[in-house]
Design a protein around this ligand. Structure first.
Ligand code: ADP
Length: 260
């Protein structure tokens, strides 16, 4: 793309048109640059588990069949890295969808939606969770799939980043935020927390506070980016409050029409 260069003595209208055109080009270039960065980040993230798989597979081929212990170790690593790649690929697809798919709203019973989400979560997480829910009897106009997806991501984080004792609170209520009545969802944990200086970055794609720890917990650094996209698609807001070793709270607000 090439910007239009206008000499100063042209017509005002043409000048204005050129400025608008140039701004458009800036935006398109910016969006291409973001896309390039994304492809490069995604390939980098996928390359890491792939390199580990390659390494262990070659080890297996050379020694593993003779030594049972290292053979098992290699197979286990290959398996866990393959799972990681699978999770990463699925979340990359979710991320792409969350940037493009507009919400399809219907009448949603929040109590029922939260109950269904929690049942799904309990199936996914094989750990004891102490989950306290305070969900008001609310009927809202919302996209149930996007709501569930966002709730799962936030609850999953609250569980992943808790220490041995998992105590998570889920709150859903109608509030009046900045003159707009809508739905507020809060997910609070008493886990490891996030250092203040990292709080601004956690919504960035692939950002992880502690990548070495997150390899074990299985984090991809995409969850909060997907959650933020869903919130943006629904004209909502999302913020996060946290203190190290005290816990984290994510507060989401949607200006949904509340029917009851
Ligand atoms: P991930 O898949 O790594 O969990 P997210 O985008 O959901 O990716 O979160 C980004 C990072 O923010 C995480 O890697 C983690 O370091 C931090 N984080 C997110 N939620 C919490 C939480 N509830 N408690 C502590 N840290 C969190």
């Amino acid at each position: 793309f090439q910007k239009i260069h206008v000499v100063n003595k042209g017509h005002d209208e043409i000048k204005a048109l050129a400025v608008t055109f140039n701004r458009m080009i800036d935006r398109i270039e910016e969006s291409f640059a973001k896309q390039r960065q994304f492809v490069s980040d995604a390939s980098h993230e996928l390359k890491t588990p792939l390199t580990i798989i390659e390494g262990y597979a070659s080890l297996l081929l050379r020694w593993g069949l003779e030594d049972e212990k290292s053979g098992r170790e290699a197979a286990e690593s290959i398996y866990s890295e393959a799972l990681r790649m699978r999770q990463m690929t699925m979340q990359l697809l979710q991320l792409a969808a969350s940037e493009q798919i507009a919400p399809i709203t219907e009448t949603v019973d929040m109590v029922q939606l939260c109950a269904e989400t929690i049942t799904r979560l309990r199936h996914m997480v094989q750990r004891d969770i102490q989950l306290v829910t305070k969900v008001s009897q609310l009927i809202v106009e919302a996209d149930p799939l996007q709501m569930k997806q966002m709730l799962i991501l936030l609850l999953d984080n609250a569980i992943k980043y808790s220490s041995d004792l998992i105590h998570v609170e889920l709150l859903a209520q109608s509030v009046n935020a900045e003159e707009t009545i809508g739905l507020e969802i809060r997910v609070k944990d008493h886990g490891i927390g996030i250092p203040k200086e990292e709080l601004a970055q956690v919504f960035e794609r692939f950002y992880r506070v502690d990548p070495s720890r997150d390899r074990k917990t299985g984090g991809t650094g995409l969850g909060l980016s997907i959650a933020r996209n869903i919130v943006n698609m629904n004209s909502g807001t999302i913020r996060i409050k946290s203190e190290v070793n005290v816990g984290t709270e994510v507060i989401v607000f949607f200006p949904f029409r509340i029917k009851q």
